[in-house]
Design a protein. Sequence first.
Length: 84
Amino acid sequence: MLVPYETLKQLPTETLENLIKEFLIAQLEDGSFSGTDADSMQNSINMCREALRTGQLIVEYSEEDESIAIRRQDDIVAMSRTQD
């Protein structure tokens, strides 16, 4: 289930920021993100917030796993095509 951006705006700031940080840490592991100092992290958090606002990144809740994660819109579109 995709979580609409309007719903994300209602979350406490700290909750959304922690979700974004989790996404960024996963990007560190695959090499997509390399900045770990405070300024780089804050800039990346701001960029992720904007990407969520514009729909480039999407929050997906899995009822099956009871998990929530940020995904790239392109990845979700590609996954839905392979499932059809």
